[in-house]
Design a protein around this ligand. Structure first.
Ligand SMILES: Cc1ncc(C[n+]2csc(CCOP(=O)(O)OP(=O)(O)O)c2C)c(N)n1
Length: 369
């Protein structure tokens, strides 16, 4: 039997060429002798999550246009990157520290889809993470989650746990000071953290070329005393294998890894953005050819595990799942002004309690005598 591909990591090959295990046409890199790091069942589950994410992007965008959903950032194009990395974690012990573009990872880790919908509908209940779900809250402030992730990982290690933390961020976030501080501390204390950098080509309208003059983002890792690896972020198998290897290393006490997942944002930064003003259609077309979902479907079709009727059934199930989640979110009572006080801390501070009392008092200000 051939060597499982996972043993390729830490990767000591060409530091610039991304690791790829699944070709665009759905064949395994290296031919039939290669052993994929996921079996067909795992790939089918991964594909379901990727398709759920894509369908949610479509539905959410359409509802946002009708004024029935808030501004949110679609995952479109980055599904293999998000799903492949999330599936390498154990939701029963590992933590995800998200940015704002990782819907399928959050759902796989245990966040109900309706919570995500409530969050991006501006409902305070959307900020609630159920007990036992190992997620930090969605972070809109760019790179602010990186030091939190290192602190969390270091803390888990100090408690003697073998848990690992995976933190998502973008190429733009890597230009923030928080990125340097987080990597530096993580390297020094050997925190069990995986820095998962999604290089999707853009930080809103700022191209990747304006973020660093380095050949890759991953090459920064050795400067902090740990390994960096570049993967083809549109390849589910490569992302999964690289993340699994990083998880195993962190669990065994080997410290952090920086994974640069080279992917492409196949749409707007968020529903308030118009990428037609700065992304050339030819460039988009070239990335549409490398669609991460099609690649997995081609592979599974060649194994006899995917065809039009299976696809139609999956689409139907996915659309019912999304409709049910929107219905559940709509059934939650609208927020009240009091929620502003009640959702800030576990217990009201003295100042908040006073402000809440003042708010609830009938308007008898000085003007009324
Ligand atoms: C500290 C901070 N500065 C600026 C912004 C405005 N902003 C929102 S998203 C974004 C771009 C982030 O790009 P990147 O880190 O590459 O992540 P991506 O959205 O591409 O996934 C910026 C500058 C912000 N939210 N927080």
């Amino acid at each position: 039997m051939s060597t499982p591909v996972i043993s390729q990591f830490p990767y000591r090959g060409d530091p610039v060429a991304p690791v790829r295990l699944l070709e665009v046409d759905g064949t395994l890199t290296g031919g039939g002798g290669s052993v994929p790091p996921m079996d067909d069942e795992q790939m089918l589950s991964a594909l379901w999550l990727m398709m759920l994410s894509r369908a949610f992007d479509d539905k959410g965008t359409s509802l946002q246009r009708q004024g029935r959903f808030g501004t949110f950032s679609a995952v479109r194009g980055q599904e293999a990157s998000v799903v492949g990395s999330a599936l390498a974690l154990d939701p029963a012990r590992d933590w995800i520290v998200p940015q704002y573009r990782e819907l399928p990872a959050l759902v796989n880790h245990g966040l109900p889809l309706e919570s995500f919908i409530l969050y991006f509908s501006g409902h305070p209940a959307g900020g609630y993470i159920p007990e036992g779900v190992r997620l930090l809250p969605i972070q809109i402030s760019i790179a602010a989650q990186l030091p939190h992730a290192v602190g969390l990982a270091w803390g888990l290690r100090l408690q003697g746990l073998d848990a690992v933390v995976l933190v998502y961020f973008g190429d733009g976030a890597s230009s923030e000071g928080d990125f340097h501080e987080a990597c530096n501390l993580a390297g020094v204390v050997k925190a069990p953290v995986i820095f998962f950098l999604q290089n999707n080509g853009w930080a809103i309208s700022t191209p990747r070329s304006r973020q660093t003059a380095a050949r890759t983002f991953a090459e920064r890792a050795p400067g902090y005393g740990f390994d960096g690896v570049v993967v083809d972020g549109n390849d589910l198998l490569a992302v999964y294998a690289a993340t699994r290897a990083a998880v195993e290393r962190a669990r065994a006490g080997g410290g952090p890894t920086l994974i640069e997942s080279q992917t492409y944002r196949l749409g707007a930064h968020n529903t308030a953005d118009d990428p037609t003003r700065y992304v050339a259609e030819e460039v988009l077309d070239s990335w549409r050819d490398r669609d991460p979902i099609l690649r997995v479907q081609r592979y599974l079709a060649a194994c006899g595990r995917w065809n039009e009727s299976i696809a139609a059934k999956a689409q139907e199930e996915i659309s019912q799942t999304i409709d049910a989640a929107f219905a559940a979110a709509r059934a939650v009572a609208p927020p009240t002004a009091e929620d502003l006080f009640l959702h800030t801390y576990a217990e009201l501070t003295e100042r908040q309690a006073r402000q809440l009392r003042e708010y609830e008092m009938p308007a008898t200000g000085p003007a009324n005598g």
